[in-house]
Design a binder for this molecule. Sequence first.
Ligand SMILES: Cc1cc2nc3c(=O)[nH]c(=O)nc-3n(C[C@H](O)[C@H](O)[C@H](O)COP(=O)(O)OP(=O)(O)OC[C@H]3O[C@@H](n4cnc5c(N)ncnc54)[C@H](O)[C@@H]3O)c2cc1C
Length: 312
Amino acid sequence: MKPGRLTGAEGMICKDILFDEIKAVCPAEKDAPMSQHTTFRTGGPADVLAAPRNAEELLKLLAVCESAGVRCCVLGKGSNVLVKDEGFRGVIVVPGGDFCRIEMQGDVIRAGSAATLSELYLFALKYSVGGFERLAGIPGTVGGAVRMNAGAYDSEIADVIVACTYVENGRIVTAPKELLELSYRHSIFCDSEKRVIISADFRLPEPGRDPDEIRAVFRDYSARRAASQPLSLPSAGSTFKRPEGHHASKLIDGCGLKGYTFGGAGVSEKHAGFIVNNGNATSGDVLHVIEHVRQVVFDRTGVRLETEVEIL
Ligand SMILES: Cc1cc2nc3c(=O)[nH]c(=O)nc-3n(C[C@H](O)[C@H](O)[C@H](O)COP(=O)(O)OP(=O)(O)OC[C@H]3O[C@@H](n4cnc5c(N)ncnc54)[C@H](O)[C@@H]3O)c2cc1C
């Protein structure tokens, strides 16, 4: 396989060859509709979706993509991405199998990149370890959360992670937290799609806590989410990053954009920071709403909103 082979008639043949090569490595699907793999429930097909079950399969898969010169992007729960209607030209990697494991390793909890934050919270709870209850409502995986340094209610991944193991240039590397450059919705993983997280180690932030008290805190924050966020509609959470010195949702609300709609997408009536799929939105509709909101907010306030949601 040579670079750039996934376009035109020749591209169709090459897509088949690439698919066969990937299928020999791990479970895979051709022309996978990304609306089924993102929480926005929009987006066209990915050429190939591959699901490696362990580090060995992941390394082989990345090597196949590298030698084919094909773009490769890892997804967790797709809760912070918008895939365009044209779909994704390349390979979407959705780790499964061993990547879902969570285990106690000495004095750390090691979680695979495909484990969810709510599973991490429940695992810690079994050992009477608190510290994850405010992150548990974020509907993503450990991989996605580390990449985004996800956070909520004054708690973020950077507070609890101690190290991360990932693939870079065909090698497995473990880096301590200090080298991960974790800051507001940023990490070294944002700088290169080629770094793929395998697992993360978390310190036991608050051992020996009363499980009932941990559960009560979790319920409290879940209730706050349910009260303030449009959880019954597909979205990717807060669409925009928090601009320095401002709150995106307050700026959007202040510009009278709550409830603004285009096609099937709109600014949530419940939380102006969320753009939601009201039922039959395309990614184009969502992008239109994003651009409209950015333009109006800039014209009226001079603040440029940047998307937190990643557009593929
Ligand atoms: C209702 C709702 C509420 C939300 N609330 C919050 C909140 O309170 N706080 C918050 O921070 N976010 C929130 N989000 C956004 C989202 O859940 C987080 O950003 C989450 O961390 C994304 O995880 P994911 O597994 O879905 O990642 P994805 O959306 O699948 O991917 C996000 C990014 O991470 C990369 N990535 C995923 N896995 C890996 C891996 N193994 N290795 C390398 N890169 C990887 C992807 O390539 C992509 O660039 C919310 C979303 C929704 C829908």
